[in-house]
Ligand binder design. Structure first.
Ligand SMILES: C[S@@+](CC[C@H](N)C(=O)[O-])C[C@H]1O[C@@H](n2cnc3c(N)ncnc32)[C@H](O)[C@@H]1O
Length: 262
């Protein structure tokens, strides 16, 4: 994939999310969208942090269950507790491929990772599993003959229903070895559907449409995978750690999480 230019005048979902997490790799146009989202959902920072926390728990869970390779699709701009940091802390032999379509995310991830042979950063579109998984850099790090966790955190809600989504999901499912995992976090209406609709409207106007899904629609993303316990739940309820922010915060229920095993 040819690297698209970084456009400082057009918001990007990667940089907006970075702004929501309090990062500095964003432009005024991204901060403006993030500010509007905060007006609609004041707890959005807590939601984003809860999303990162469940990503960490999923990675540790995968390693504990013998899966030590990760393909992190829509990985975003590096932030505190990146997938490779969590995975390598759990198992120094872990391998992580980051994949993002946004050149800012790829630029900063490459800067952070340097030339650690256990990690790679690929510029790619997750809707093209054939191209993503054939990337020579990814193949140098990830052995698809071994169980691999496919991570899609806070990204599938940018892909509308249809043949492209179906083909992407089946492409990853068919490419991975038995014992592999699919882990997804996703925006949902949850406790406050009106707020999520307003955020979706905002994203639609930025050129990155947001498609929140309900539990039934979310569960359908796991067709062909066996959902592991506790099944489809709101993010904070997926194997919570005692240190996480309290699950009583209703705003953090705007995210669904599931992990499937092949
Ligand atoms: C909200 S961020 C989530 C980052 C990280 N996965 C997390 O949960 O903390 C969404 C990321 O998905 C990326 N993205 C959106 N559409 C994509 C696509 N079709 N292929 C690859 N990445 C995509 C965006 O560039 C952005 O970095």
């Amino acid at each position: 994939m040819r690297t698209p230019p970084i456009d400082p005048n057009r918001p990007s979902s990667a940089r907006v999310y970075d702004a929501l997490l309090g990062g500095t790799h964003n432009f005024a146009v991204d901060r403006s969208v993030a500010g509007r989202i905060m007006e609609f959902v004041p707890e959005i920072g807590a939601i984003a942090r809860a999303n990162r926390a469940v990503l960490h728990r999923v990675v540790r869970h995968a390693v504990a269950h013998g899966v030590r390779q990760f393909v992190d699709l829509g990985s975003g701009i590096p932030t505190e507790g990146n997938t490779h940091e969590v995975a390598l802390a759990a198992d120094p032999g872990a391998r992580v491929a980051y994949v993002d379509v946004d050149p800012t995310a790829v630029l900063y991830a490459r800067e952070l990772l340097g030339d650690d042979p256990r990690t790679v950063v690929v510029l790619g579109d997750l809707r093209e599993p054939g191209a993503v998984l054939a990337d020579p850099g990814l193949r140098a790090v990830i052995d698809l003959g071994q169980p691999t966790a496919i991570l899609m955190f806070a990204v599938l809600h940018f892909i509308p229903d249809g043949a492209v989504l179906d083909a992407a999901l089946s492409g990853y499912r068919e490419a991975v070895a038995p014992g592999s995992l699919l882990a997804v976090s996703h925006a949902t209406g949850g406790a406050d559907p009106a707020a999520v609709d307003r955020v979706a409207d905002l994203y639609n106007r930025t050129g990155t449409p947001l498609v929140p899904r309900d539990e039934r629609q979310f569960a359908a993303l796991f067709d062909g995978w066996e959902l592991v316990a506790p099944g489809v739940v709101h993010g904070p309820r997926w194997h919570p750690d005692p240190d996480d922010e309290p699950v009583e915060n209703p705003a953090t229920f705007l995210t669904l999480v599931g992990v499937g095993r092949r």
